[in-house]
Each structure stands twice: as structure tokens, then as C-alpha cells.
Ligand binder design. Structure first.
Ligand code: ADP
Ligand code: MG
Length: 245
């Protein structure tokens, strides 16, 4: 069954039609890049899938079940994770403690027994840090990390909830070009290994065309084109409207 099916999603803010009749599909294990100029409606689309915004119209089907309009926490509990553009780590806590907290918040019953539960979860947290290449820095406070490493920790935090679908709105903003590719390559490997779907926005065309399985192009709130990176790159309408070549 299709992991995520967005059908005819629309949202306006006052007189601004931010998203208009957008439909998308994403399979498990796949990376779908949502691209488009600033103001095209990418973040609004993410926020409707993640529950931060209630759509005016349309459906958001997660394995066939409509989650549109549910609270963010309810959507999160159904297996939709997200990373944020602004760092979401506790700076004075160590890397591994941050992941332990994420694991515990997923498991509400153990939260009251923090000292014991935390010790219990250290091994699980280290295993996640291994997956994002951060195990060597497990005991450093997050405040001491390089920016690119904070992004890796955030990925581990999102993975702590074992999401079926991961939403990443501009995950590499502010990163150096080489780091961007590395983070998204890692994300792609994890998506395939875990059979997790990833919906992301990204300004680096190297990342979009090099790593996404499929690309969807939004222009002024509407879906202009959707297809393989090669098909999108060759699409004359996309070139005219967005890529400027
Ligand atoms: P993108 O992420 O592609 O840059 P957004 O989804 O953030 O685009 O914005 C789409 C349009 O909706 C823009 O015209 C933006 O100004 C408008 N918009 C987004 N969020 C709000 C809001 N909360 N209130 C009013 N207008 C908004
Ligand atoms: Mg945005």
C-alpha cells in the first residue's frame, strides 16, 4: 500500500492561496523532493502533512488512513516524524542524553522512572548514534558540536520514534555544500534500510537531482510536474518556471 498519498490538498491564508489542489504519492523506502521557488507552498504542504496546519480541502492518507486535521502529536504517534530547520536539541545535555530523552518521550510509561529508564536506554541510543555516524561524540554536550553534527543528532532524534514517514523541511539549510550531500546520502541509505519514506525540501540541486528518487515541483501553490529526477530536469515547463535555464 502507498505510504503517503496526498490528494487535492489546499490551504489559503486570507487572500493568499498558498497550496492549491496538490496531490503527491510516496512509497516506503523512497525519497521524494518537493522543490519550488520561495513562497511556492512547500512548508505549508509539510505543515498540513505533519498536522501543524489544518487543510481547507483534501486528504492526507497514511497507509490509506486519513490523518488530515489530526493534532501533530496524534500524527507523530502514527509514525510521522519530522526534523526542523532550527536546532531542537538540548544544548547542555550530551548527544547520547538527547537521544535517550527522545527514546523515553516515545515510551511515555517509563518517563517517570527516568534514572533507571535512562540507563536502560543508553544502549539503544548508542545504536542510533552509530547509524548516523555520531557514536564517537556521544558524551559531548550538544553545545560543543559543529553545525553539521547537530543535524546528524537531529536525524537520530527523529529516528528514535522509528517513523514510517520522515518530513524534512530544508534539512540542510546553513550547511556547507559537501556536508549537505553527506547528510542527505546518509538519510537516503537509512530510508532504504528502514523502508522509511522521506519527504524533503532542498535548495541544493546537486542533492535533489543526485539523491531523490522522485521530484515534485511546486509553483505558486500548484504542482507543476512530478517524476524522476531525469524527467524533471528535462521538463521544459520546469526549466522555464524554476530552473531558469
Ligand atoms: P515555501 O515553503 O515554498 O517557501 P510557504 O508554504 O512558506 O512557501 O508559503 C506559501 C505562501 O503562503 C507564501 O505566499 C507565504 O507568504 C504564505 N504563508 C505561509 N504561511 C503563512 C501564514 N501563516 N500566514 C499567512 N500567509 C502565509
Ligand atoms: Mg519553506
Amino acid at each position: 500500500m502507498t505510504l503517503l498519498q496526498v490528494e487535492q490538498l489546499s490551504k489559503s491564508f486570507g487572500g493568499v492561496q498558498a497550496v492549491q489542489g496538490v496531490s503527491l504519492a510516496l512509497q516506503a523506502g523512497e525519497m521524494l523532493a518537493l522543490i519550488g521557488p520561495n513562497g511556492a507552498g512547500k512548508s505549508t504542504t509539510f505543515n498540513m502533512v505533519g498536522g501543524q496546519l489544518v487543510p481547507d480541502r483534501g486528504r492526507v492518507l497514511l497507509r490509506g488512513q486519513d490523518i488530515a486535521g489530526l493534532a501533530p502529536r496524534a500524527i507523530w504517534r502514527r509514525g510521522v516524524g519530522r526534523t526542523f530547520q532550527i536546532a531542537q536539541t538540548f544544548a547542555s545535555f550530551s548527544v547520547v542524553e538527547n537521544v535517550q530523552l527522545a527514546l523515553l518521550s516515545h515510551d511515555r510509561h517509563t518517563f517517570r522512572w527516568w534514572p533507571r529508564a535512562a540507563a536502560h536506554r543508553r544502549g539503544d541510543a548508542l545504536a542510533l548514534l552509530e547509524q548516523v555516524g555520531m557514536v564517537a561524540q556521544a558524551d559531548r554536550p550538544c553545545s560543543e558540536l559543529a553545525y553539521g553534527d547537530v543535524k546528524r543528532v537531529e536525524l537520530a532524534l527523529a529516528l528514535a520514534h522509528d517513523p514510517q514517514l520522515l518530513l524534512m523541511d530544508e534539512p540542510t539549510a546553513g550547511m556547507a555544500p559537501g556536508e549537505r550531500v553527506a547528510l542527505m546520502q546518509l538519510t537516503r541509505d537509512l530510508a532504504r534500510a528502514r523502508q522509511m519514506g522521506v519527504l524533503f525540501t532542498e535548495h541544493s540541486m546537486e542533492v535533489v537531482f543526485g539523491l531523490a528518487d522522485r521530484v515534485a515541483v511546486l509553483v505558486r501553490g500548484q504542482l507543476l510536474a512530478e517524476g524522476t529526477p531525469q524527467a524533471i530536469r528535462d521538463d521544459a515547463r520546469v526549466q522555464q518556471a524554476y530552473l531558469g535555464t
